[in-house]
Design a protein around this ligand. Sequence first.
Ligand SMILES: [Zn+2]
Length: 380
Amino acid sequence: MGKSAGLKGLKRVETLVQAQVTHPQGRTRRDFLHEMFGTLGMVTFGFGFTTLFMMPVIEAKKNSEVKQKMAYLYDDIFLTHDAGMGHPESPGRLIAINNAVKEADWYKNITLLDSKPVDIDTLSLVHDRGYIETAKRECEAGYWCLSTGDTNVCKESYRVALHAVGGVLAAVDAVFTKKIKHAFCAVRPPGHHASGNRGMGFCIFNNIALAACYAQKKYNVQRVLIADWDVHHGNGTQNIFYSDDTVFFMSTHQYPFYPGTGAFHETGAGKGKGFTMNRPFGACAGNNEIIAAFKDEFLPAAKAFKPDFTLISAGFDSRIHDPIGGFRMDDEGFRELTKIMLEISHIAGDGRLVSILEGGYNLAGLAAAVLAHMDEMQKN
Ligand SMILES: [Zn+2]
């Protein structure tokens, strides 16, 4: 962990320094000085040049850190959760994402976050202590699947799941301490199928529900909006907030499909009635249907709700050619959804937006969709 963080920190410094001393045309300050004064002049007046030219560089570095809009959470520890040979929720997903993100021209301008394990008291904001103990015991005992549902695990999975939640909460901290405005969290295992007392559907702990509850507890947030564009319904998230009028859950998903929930008429219960919004679509739905739901229904509902904080369950298994999902979204479609979510985040939340990876199992497609999503976030 330390090594991973250190290497990333070093890389960050290298890219930052490179960015500061290189002109847009690719010519360095040294090239410029050499052409103007020759080698001897540079040596003779080296100290003066250093003082004259490096001070603006140092100043620019300070400014660039203030201007950063987006953070990216990734940690090598997420690769150690192994759901078994041939399982679609594989470490390769994050390798594909991370390799693509590191090549993006804006990579040098974003803040890199590391994960840390969430503490059990915070985890119990959402999950029963009995379930937390079951997940710990079964993972560490070498179970291949949690007894609560269809979540394949290995001995490392419990520890990795704690880091996934802790990493997401670090992103929430970064947003609320105004270090950045938006964050994308490339985590696994995913979370939106996990309810308070049950892991299922590749999920152990509900990362996004914990982000919402943590923000409410630590930063006194009144209203949180969660939008879920994964091809599967986020049944765990819906279940956790079904009777809650402080967290608005809205989802587009394939239906009927796994996990079987998410019908149009599921709109919440008790004081939470009206704070759950499901827009189910048949297989083969794509940009037209999903973007229309976000633009024509979710956006007006969000304007009425006025969220202080906005979260995305960013599942990219709704993209065309996903081996599990039947939707046909493309990268431009995810870009449009991102724009709408950014607009929602500015209604009353000053742009505070944290996006958390859920599904997405076509490795090349997943990486391309994440790039489009992050590209839109980093420039807004
Ligand atoms: Zn999914």
